[in-house]
Design a protein around this ligand. Structure first.
Ligand SMILES: [Zn+2]
Length: 134
């Protein structure tokens, strides 16, 4: 029988950092440009007049007649905030650190075994070199 073993991997979506929504790319660009303009022209003091100027500036630079929503569902995770994939069991064990932990435990066990063998060897030598009591 030939078989492959897979496990389900669920990870946080990197595109939206698990939020499930992203800022529309055009909105982000326009907001950044206009925010920089606003700061430069108002010294960071956003008065009503400055905000009105900002609104007019956005309208003047806006590429759409009917603007999209500022935030939209993430297309990478379809709004779930998580990505679900199937991966080989071996890959899951590697990624989860199980193999590394087994290796660490094996090294500790071998080191402990070597210590015990050294103690036995030392005790045996001591017994062999010590005075005979019979
Ligand atoms: Zn996402």
């Amino acid at each position: 029988m030939r078989a492959r073993y897979l496990v389900r991997k669920i990870e946080t979506c990197a595109a939206c950092d698990g939020q499930g929504i992203v800022v529309n790319a055009d909105w982000q660009r326009i907001n950044e440009e206009n925010y920089a303009w606003m700061e430069a022209h108002t010294g960071g003091i956003f008065t009503d007049e400055a905000c009105a100027d900002w609104q007019n500036r956005i309208k003047a630079t806006w590429p759409y007649s009917d603007p999209p929503l500022e935030e939209e569902p993430c297309c990478e995770c379809e709004g779930d905030g998580e990505i679900e994939i199937w991966i080989p069991l071996v890959q899951a064990l590697q990624e989860s650190g199980v193999f590394a932990e087994i290796e660490t435990q094996s090294r500790r066990a071998l080191a402990h075994q070597a210590e015990i063998e050294d103690e036995i060897k030392a005790a045996t030598q001591q017994r062999q070199s010590g005075p005979t009591t019979w």
